[in-house]
Design a binder for this molecule. Structure first.
Ligand SMILES: [Cu+2]
Length: 284
């Protein structure tokens, strides 16, 4: 590699950087999208989770060439423009309005394009985070959704099934391939219901009916955690015994639960979108 300033100016640095960047991008971007992208949570256990996993793949597909460009420019610069003699000066950098305008257009288009994509993805099926009592964005088939209530309390979640007499149970069971309308609320302080592998995270606030939709897919174990610091045992507020089960297994299960918890449910207030903690006898 020539080092004198005169020969440096004849070297097509720009073409070399672009060529290196293109070659690396063509090889590494599909690997990032197809291999690394699907490893990022939540995975494909619900329709909403699939959507989020697809979003992760799009984002990693857009960001991999950008990251590679930064790395290629950095390493190329360190190698090609390194001052090897104490007296030698680097190539002077002068303004380049064409390059600056191109840079501004590309970065602005990337950021705005991803923002528009992210917004569309977030609202298109009315899922993801809870949207309060009157969800602004609904799945197209929301009239067929099955209602299930999630109640946060220090320090566990319980679940009520209004379609089964309002029975309250300690673990979340959902039928497979079913659209669920979750009503997330709290009896005491603020919690956050996070069903990690379903791609659902919704605030559980007292006095609030926070609605969030999720469409289950195949039977799977659920990993549920509280995602809002809610007091001393917040770290222990999790449930790994929930399941998505086949519809027939679900109807067997809910009948069992009605036998076990039905007598206690009679002492509970009637099913409601929110509760006051004061007169409530808790199950368990
Ligand atoms: Cu909590």
């Amino acid at each position: 590699m020539a080092v004198a300033a005169t020969s440096q100016s004849n070297v097509p640095h720009g073409k070399r950087v672009i060529g290196l960047w293109l070659a690396l991008s063509i090889v590494l971007t599909p690997i990032a999208v197809l291999v690394i992208g699907p490893l990022i949570p939540p995975g494909n256990d619900s329709v909403q989770g699939m959507g989020q996993t697809f979003d992760n793949q799009v984002l990693i597909g857009a960001s991999t060439p950008i990251m590679l460009f930064v790395i290629v420019v950095l390493l190329y610069t360190l190698t090609a423009f390194r001052v090897r003699e104490a007296a030698a000066e680097g190539i002077p950098v002068r303004g380049d309005s064409g390059l600056q305008i191109l840079w501004l257009i590309l970065t602005t288009a990337t950021v705005l394009g991803l923002a528009a994509f992210g917004t569309y993805e977030l609202v298109k099926d009315g899922a993801g985070g809870g949207q309060g009592p009157n969800a602004a964005f609904l799945p197209t088939n929301h009239h067929q959704a099955m209602d299930v209530q999630v109640i946060g309390q220090q320090w566990e979640f319980t679940y009520r099934y209004p379609t089964a007499g309002g029975v309250e149970v300690p673990h979340l069971y959902l039928p497979a391939n079913t659209l669920i309308r979750l009503h997330v609320t709290s009896l005491d302080v603020i919690h956050s219901f996070w069903a990690i592998n379903l791609g659902v995270k919704a605030d559980a606030n007292p006095g609030t009916d926070n609605v969030v939709y999720v469409e289950t897919r195949n039977p799977v174990k659920l990993n549920i955690r509280c995602a809002e610091l809610c007091g001393l045992w917040h770290g222990y507020m999790f449930d790994e015994q929930g399941r998505v089960v086949s519809p027939s297994a679900f109807s067997t299960w809910i009948q069992q639960q009605q036998k076990i918890y039905g007598p206690i449910s009679k002492e509970l207030p009637p099913y409601s979108t929110t509760y006051s903690p004061e007169p409530t006898l808790r199950a368990g």
